[in-house]
Design a protein around this ligand. Structure first.
Ligand SMILES: Cc1cc2nc3c(=O)[nH]c(=O)nc-3n(C[C@H](O)[C@H](O)[C@H](O)COP(=O)(O)OP(=O)(O)OC[C@H]3O[C@@H](n4cnc5c(N)ncnc54)[C@H](O)[C@@H]3O)c2cc1C
Length: 306
């Protein structure tokens, strides 16, 4: 099979077969393919060869995900700390005691499985809110859905309990380089992947352009990581933290919903990238509004929670 693929010039697939048998992390490979896709596209979108290359990259990612779906890796993580961040959101610090490093990219998520729930409805995804730091710990933020199947069980867990968790998944990640401003748009726990990305970008001085975090919540007490983002905005002059509240009395900041805020900041329709994360209704509206502003699929990216 391998020699046939090489003979056909299908190096991507040949490499994939090697990976299958050598157990290199599939997440790693997907993220490499994803980076290649973005780089290829950015280099020159009128260049047919580049387009061909990025189509191949995209097809490769789809091929890995669909034909060979990632199996649940079933790693065990111990809950090392639980912080009640807001009335309805908990931060969970998880440690993979069997690993020295848990590999992931800023923006990715993990899947938690509860074996006691019926098969087919026992897995839920959670974005990693901590930055990649070459350690065996990650952090996630979970909002309680009192009528939900999994979050009430997760809220019954205590420090020292173990959870069954997948390897890192997803392609909602940043390109290696970016020469435009970036707006991170989110509501509630949708901020999680952006906390990871912002820590990674700011502390590693990755992008010099302006980075906006446009973060919607109902009231001030719902703002996750508020003090931390305020401190980052003071420390890094290219980072702008813009909380937007819909139901807060006596609030001098932005009022209403996130959409009016990015529409106002980018009213001149200048080149920019938009990363949007949260529940479906917000993402759908953002997609429509960004499109109406004249932005396209190479400029906006979405992670929908459900
Ligand atoms: C890629 C990805 C990353 C995610 N990351 C996070 C994360 O970082 N933090 C997090 O809390 N959740 C995250 N989620 C959502 C999470 O996977 C679960 O859907 C959520 O925790 C509810 O699980 P449940 O079993 O308690 O509720 P379910 O029984 O699955 O919920 C039933 C219904 O309620 C809706 N719902 C649940 N909670 C809300 C809410 N707060 N607002 C609006 N609708 C809601 C769901 O869409 C569903 O239709 C993510 C989802 C995806 C796909």
């Amino acid at each position: 099979m391998l020699s046939l693929l090489f003979a056909m010039g299908e190096t991507h697939y040949a490499i994939f077969y090697i990976v299958q048998f050598t157990e290199i992390s599939k997440t790693h490979l997907i993220s490499i393919a994803h980076k290649g896709f973005i780089k290829g596209y950015k280099a020159d979108d009128r260049n047919l060869w580049q387009i061909g290359k990025c189509m191949k990259g995209a097809f490769f990612v789809a091929f890995i995900n669909c034909v060979f779906p990632c199996n649940f890796a079933a790693m065990q993580a111990v809950i090392r700390n639980i912080i009640q961040e807001t009335p309805s959101v908990r931060r969970l610090e998880l440690v993979f005691s069997d690993l020295t490093i848990f590999e992931f990219q800023a923006g990715q998520f993990v899947v938690i499985r509860f074996g006691e729930l019926p098969e087919g409805n026992n897995e839920r995804s959670y974005s990693i809110s901590s930055a990649p730091e070459h350690s065996n710990r990650i952090e996630i933020c979970v909002v309680l859905n009192p009528g939900g199947a999994l979050t009430p069980l997760l809220w019954n867990k205590s420090v020292g309990d173990t959870l069954e968790i997948s390897e890192a998944k997803g392609t909602f990640c940043l390109p290696e380089k970016c020469d435009t401003e970036i707006a991170f748009i989110c509501t509630g726990t949708g901020v999680a992947p952006f906390r990871s990305m912002l820590h990674y970008l700011l502390y590693n001085q990755k992008y010099a352009q302006k980075l906006y975090l446009i973060f919607g919540n109902r009231t001030k007490k719902d703002i996750l990581y508020e003090q931390e983002f305020e401190a980052l905005a003071k420390e890094f002059p290219n980072f702008y933290f813009i909380p937007v509240l819909s139901r807060q009395e006596n609030w001098d900041g932005e009022k209403g919903y996130v959409h009016e805020v990015y529409e106002s900041i980018f009213s001149d329709k200048r080149d920019a990238r938009f990363y949007v994360c949260g529940w479906q209704a917000m993402c759908t509206e953002a997609r429509q509004r960004l499109k109406a502003m004249g932005y396209n699929r190479r400029q906006y990216f979405f992670e929908e929670y459900g």
